[in-house]
Design a protein around this ligand. Structure first.
Ligand code: DX5
Ligand code: ZN
Length: 225
């Protein structure tokens, strides 16, 4: 199966987001990953629904929105209206996870959860049928450019077994490079998020982004079981 690459625009040149998004799509990415942070659930502040709405016309593929905000429920509708295709939330801050996921689907979006490195997979046991994707955080969320946590490989394997024949994608987010991509692909990852390994510091030629995407994808696909 082919591996999808979802570059995180967190590492893009924020002064030229439209251009940076068009460049990664021309470079062959599958999705565009948007990291939304609130300075409360995670120690960083990024972008909100207004920026999502502004970049939407530049995205031809899939707007893959990762909400690292607490609370997220009051903002789901705004991100859906801003054009999100996928909305992923963190179960660590959603006591009514079943309902939250149901609402995301009712808004017309694919529903996902993102698990912090310390969050066990069994938190999802009773909501599996509400999920379109599961993001395994392979760094503690908040910043790009952190080192991959090898402890999360076993979690990917456990999720793969839990998913069985359900139509749920496993997305891995954090520290993905051509070196770590094979480790997660072999364990069962379907979608790889990569910020710094695609964009570097941002503002580079499309050909550089294409080479970076290709290197991650090929390394991952070569290791798929
Ligand atoms: C981390 C974010 C990631 C991050 C990935 O909180 O959710 O999407 O930007 O960046 P890299 O690939 O640089 O680890
Ligand atoms: Zn993310």
């Amino acid at each position: 199966m082919s591996i999808k690459i979802s570059p995180s625009i967190l590492s893009a040149d924020f002064a030229n987001l439209g251009h940076e998004i068009r460049a990664i799509e021309e470079a062959g990415c599958d999705w565009v990953h948007v990291d939304v942070m609130d300075g409360h659930f995670v120690p960083n502040l990024t972008i909100g629904p207004g920026v999502c709405k502004a970049i939407r016309p530049h995205i031809k593929t899939v707007m893959d929105v990762h909400l690292m905000i607490e609370p997220a429920d009051p903002f789901r509708k705004a991100f859906a209206e801003a054009g999100a295709d996928n909305i992923s939330i963190h179960p660590e801050v959603h006591p009514h996870l079943d309902r939250s996921l149901q609402v995301i689907r009712d808004l017309g979006c694919k529903a996902g959860v993102a698990l912090n490195p310390s969050t066990p997979v069994n938190i999802l046991e009773n909501v599996m049928d509400r999920l379109d994707m599961i993001i395994v955080m392979s760094v503690n969320p908040g910043f790009g450019g952190q080192s991959f946590l090898h402890s999360q490989i076993q979690k990917i394997r456990a999720l793969k077994a839990m998913i069985g024949d359900r139509d749920i994608l496993i997305e891995v987010d954090g520290g993905i490079t051509p070196t770590t991509a094979p480790l997660v692909a072999e364990a069962g990852a379907d979608v790889l998020v990569a910020g710094s390994a695609v964009y570097g510091k941002g503002g580079q030629e499309t050909s550089v982004y294409a080479a970076n995407i290709k290197a991650i994808r090929e390394a991952g696909e070569a290791a798929q079981s």
